[in-house]
Design a protein around this ligand. Structure first.
Ligand code: ATP
Ligand code: MG
Length: 470
């Protein structure tokens, strides 16, 4: 605001002084022109009277013209001595005034100048300056002398001071308007910033629900909108983190409770039949396995969240990797009379982290088996599409309803909790799969129809830009 005011103030000051200068120059020039012209005209009347020494007529002319012009008229001879004076004071006195000397010594018909008036001047008590205008008196034999006109310049000074005063008033009004504009402008400019600052401060104190007021236009509006988007994401992140922690605690608590009940039974029933005790101990063992699974899955996820996962890039023979993974699941498939069929082109290799890619396949095939009835066929199709390898895992199982499809990749999300628990699912498999696919710069999609089956499709780039393979 201050800078704004100073700039406007200084420019107005400069402008006012320049303008006053122009006006005074103009007034001065005009005065010179008017005075010189009328004096030169008068000189033509006075010259013959002076030459013919018609004193009375001359005196009379000087008196009347002086009164008419409002100043003092004098006639000087060629030596600069006063011969006639309309004030009748300086008769015989030699006037060494520059204007007189200029006209007497040169070709100029007249000369003009402004001089300060001495104290007790005959001309005026109040005026500080007088203008001197000298015009040549030319007779039949050349220069006769000088006609000198002396008058106060009060009027001109008055006009100048008027102009000056008006300029000052305009500059003052402009300065005031500038301050007012600066205050309003800075208020308009800083108000949304202040409001945004307050919003950020409340957010800094932990209230993630506050939003900036989006108003006006331009940069501030964009800033408020960008801030709100960021706040929205932070709030969502915070909510999903809370959800994750509460889900994780809940999932860990369930096997713990079961284990405690089993343990208390064994502990407080010393005469429990041996086979029942054995069964309880086996159940406890099963629950411990479950707990270990959850904890290791959670560890994998948090490690990936923190960006601490190192990728071991290598060239992978994809059909071979899939075969190896299928072998791991063979016993479970046999148990449920399910067949896992691989359809692949002759060879397809890509740059990937073998262990992690195997984990992706394992989870997807395991799901396909888990959520399909006994005796069903699971089909794994490998193909190449442009610069990508495509892996599709297809089953003819329970399928996933559209409203659940969007959630299955979320942590701890299970469509049918009871059924999942039965099959030992924690709801973490697919979220790990998605993270692993992202680490390979790939994507995973799902098409499914309730009661008909599902297909999970993974697309992975064949080559990882800038990665060194082992
Ligand atoms: N092939 C599929 N057919 C039908 N539903 C599926 C299929 N794959 C996943 N789902 C559904 O998506 C949910 C999430 O799958 P996800 O693999 O993340 O968890 P999970 O299999 O229950 O447990 P986990 O894999 O952690 O042992 C499952 O609980 C299931 O309801
Ligand atoms: Mg799973």
């Amino acid at each position: 605001m201050l800078v704004f005011f100073v700039i406007i103030g200084v420019s107005f000051g400069v402008m006012a002084s320049r303008l006053t200068g122009f006006v005074s120059d103009y007034l001065y020039e005009q005065r010179i022109r008017e005075d010189s012209l009328s004096l030169e005209r008068l000189a033509t009347t006075v010259a013959p009277l002076f030459q013919s020494a018609a004193s009375d007529a001359l005196n009379e002319t000087l008196q009347s013209s002086g009164a008419e012009l409002g100043g003092r008229l004098m006639v000087l001879d060629r030596d600069g001595k006063v011969q006639f004076d309309s004030y009748a004071r300086l008769m015989g006195v030699r006037l060494d005034i520059p204007e007189v000397l200029t006209v007497l010594g040169g070709d100029a018909p007249s000369a003009y100048g402004i001089h300060p008036l001495g104290e007790n001047s005959v001309l005026s008590d109040s005026a500080a300056y007088a203008s001197y205008c000298a015009a040549r008196l030319t007779g039949t034999r050349g220069t006769l002398g000088i006609l000198l006109y002396v008058s106060t310049v009060t009027e001109m000074m008055q006009s100048l001071s008027d102009v000056h005063r008006q300029m000052m008033m305009i500059a003052g009004a402009a300065g005031f308007a500038a301050i007012l504009a600066a205050i309003i402008f800075s208020h308009i400019l800083t108000k949304p910033i202040q409001s945004l600052t307050r919003t950020i401060q409340s957010m800094g104190k932990g209230d993630l629900s506050v939003r900036a007021r989006v108003s006006g236009s331009g940069e501030i509006r964009n800033l408020a909108m960008a801030y709100n988007t960021m706040a929205e994401q932070l709030e969502q992140l915070d909510q999903s983190r809370n959800q994750f922690v509460s889900n994780a605690s809940h999932e860990l608590k369930t096997p713990m409770t079961t284990m405690k009940i089993l343990l208390e039974n064994v502990l407080y029933q010393p005469d429990m039949p041996q086979d029942l005790r054995q069964e309880f101990l086996q159940d406890m063992n099963h629950e411990i396995d479950r707990l270990t699974d959850i904890v290791s899955d959670l560890l994998t996820l948090t490690r990936m969240d923190a960006g601490n996962t190192k990728m071991q890039w290598e060239t992978i023979d994809l059909p071979m990797l899939v075969q190896d993974t299928i072998h791991l699941l063979d016993p479970a498939a046999e148990q449920r009379r399910q067949s896992i069929v691989l359809s692949s082109p002759g060879s397809l290799s890509l740059t990937a982290d073998g262990a992690k890619l195997s984990q992706v396949l394992y989870n997807l095939i395991e799901n396909a088996m888990k959520y399909s009835p006994d005796g069903e066929k699971i089909l794994i199709r490998l193909s190449q599409s442009g610069k990508d390898a495509v892996i599709a895992v297809e089953d003819h199982g329970v399928g996933i309803a559209p409203e659940d499809q969007v959630h299955v990749f979320e942590r701890f999300y299970r469509v049918d909790k009871a059924r999942s628990r039965e099959t030992g699912g924690n709801g973490l498999g697919l979220s790990i799969v998605r993270q692993l696919v992202l680490l390979h710069h790939g994507e995973i999609t799902l098409t499914s129809e309730l009661g008909k089956g599902s297909t999970f499709t993974v697309r992975l780039p064949l080559h990882q830009e800038g990665e060194i393979t082992a």
